[in-house]
Design a protein around this ligand. Sequence first.
Ligand code: FES
Ligand SMILES: [Fe+2]
Length: 470
Amino acid sequence: MRESLIATDLIDGDGGTIARDIFVDEEIYKREIKQVFGRAWLLVGHESQIPKPYDYFTSRMGEESVIMTRDKTGKIHVFLNTCPHRGMKVCRYDQGNARVFTCPYHAWSFSVDGNLTTAPGGLVGVPHYKKAYRGGLDKSQWGLVPVAQLVNYKGSIWANWDKDAVDFETYLGDMKFYLDSVLDQRDGSPGGSEVIGGIQKWKVPSNWKFGAENFIGDIYHITSHRSVDMVSIGPSGAGRRDVLKGDKAAKIVIPPPAFGSIGFPNHGHGCIGALPHYEEPDYAPSFTLTPIVEEYYKEVYHRRVENLGKRARGLAPVGTIFPNCSFHGMQPRALFTWHPNGPQEMEMWKWYLVDADAPDEVKNVLRQYYLRYAGPAGLTEQDDMENWNYATAASSGARAGLYPYNYQMGQGFESDARDLENAIFTSAVTEQNQRLFYNRWAEFMDADSWDALHPKNSANHADILARCQQ
Ligand code: FES
Ligand SMILES: [Fe+2]
């Protein structure tokens, strides 16, 4: 593959077109695994999944399995789930509790804590060690491979394979206010979310980027959800979410100048959301079918206004953190990952979140609502998957491959996103965020190192705005 092929030939940001190859081609996919998933910050899990020492949860980074676990001091580690001896997966369960992982093949064993001579994840047991190796095997060199960087951000666990990558908060930029809208308690206090139940995992015959680009700002695919809107699965018994009609709706709508697509070109993230310091609307009833939950949300709303005032920041119904983590910031509140399984298949994972201190009855009602809305059996998500399946299949033919996708909507109407650093904004329907996502993707595909990728080394904000408005 020519070094410059991706950025210059496949993504035409100025023309607003993208070649279909990036959704179906094997060679591009292989490069993507290395260049994007090998260097970007990836969501691994949530601390509430492993509350006690030695609890573990097996997750993924790109195509590969990793083990997220806690040591005896409570510190979280993430290791590559492969034995350094001959590659066997050392942990074949989804989750559990283990102080030591013993490889099923030849029984090398690895301690979560390590020991006096080995680091956490270190090799502590080797059959026939003395007789066979005669002191020639240095156990300190053959432990499980740890990730290069790891961070616990308000309970969500993120990792990176590249030691040179910028720290997580720099990577997020001001997109962090919108990630906060998922992770913070509904009353505005920082953090305090927990994963409800287990997580959902399912395979979809589609490229992973279809999910990421849908959640970064596809505000106008409501045609797809027409049938679910008609059957009224929302908690208020109308629509699919807490969307009210008439006068009540007027109260919850944030005026258009403050609500729209917010994108971060230097970072590749984006969301549909409200600009900071919008006027928090009056309380509008939502869970009207379940009075206890309704009462809870009303109380939380008042606590939120007390904590933050009415000029809040960070409301975002949906968004994507580059490359493959998306979220629902309101209902059904969740974090997702779009794991790559080859160019034409992804594995979707979904973590549903609630306030850890919410009453059990509230958690239970939310769980039921989340399940009927989202996930493989949820009425709404099925619509999206169907689109992505068919689009992938219909894009892989030789003839279809000659014709690029169109991303020209709203091009040239971007403005500065006030009060946010390095961000652009469009209040109308637009594909602004998809364009900046793929431009950032192309930078990752082409750049040799994080030196060339550092957000501060990307084109500066004024240049980007000028380019968008050409
Ligand atoms: S492959 Fe794990 S001990 Fe041999
Ligand atoms: Fe959708």
